[in-house]
Design a protein around this ligand. Structure first.
Ligand code: SF4
Ligand code: SF4
Length: 94
């Protein structure tokens, strides 16, 4: 089964402490209001990253996609972590 991130967004709404910035320059270009400067990560509402737009499991996208943090770039659709968060949101995972 192929997993379509555009109709998902689950990994962007799973933890208030994710995504964090890693190293100098990570997150460069992201507007300050979307950043938690104190904790060096994206700002969140509850567990949901403030850059996530749309409805989880229906249609969702990242409004800072071009400059999203490194951990977001490396998060792989179909990985164990992806499957875990999809299951958390009751989305098909297998
Ligand atoms: S949880 Fe997986 S399928 Fe959903 S948006 Fe993240 S990487 Fe894509
Ligand atoms: S920065 Fe974008 S890709 Fe990363 S968690 Fe937030 S909405 Fe998702």
């Amino acid at each position: 089964m192929s997993l379509d991130c555009v109709s998902c967004g689950a990994c962007c709404a799973y933890s208030e402490s994710w995504p964090v910035f890693i190293g100098d320059g990570d997150g460069e270009g992201i507007p300050d209001e979307l950043i938690d400067l104190e904790h060096e990560r994206m700002q969140s509402h509850g567990n949901r990253c403030t850059a996530l737009v749309g409805q989880i499991g229906i249609r969702a996208y990242c409004c800072v996609y071009a400059c999203r943090p490194l951990v977001c770039r490396e998060f792989q659709a179909g990985s164990d972590d992806c499957i875990m968060v999809r299951r958390f949101f009751d989305l098909p995972a297998a």
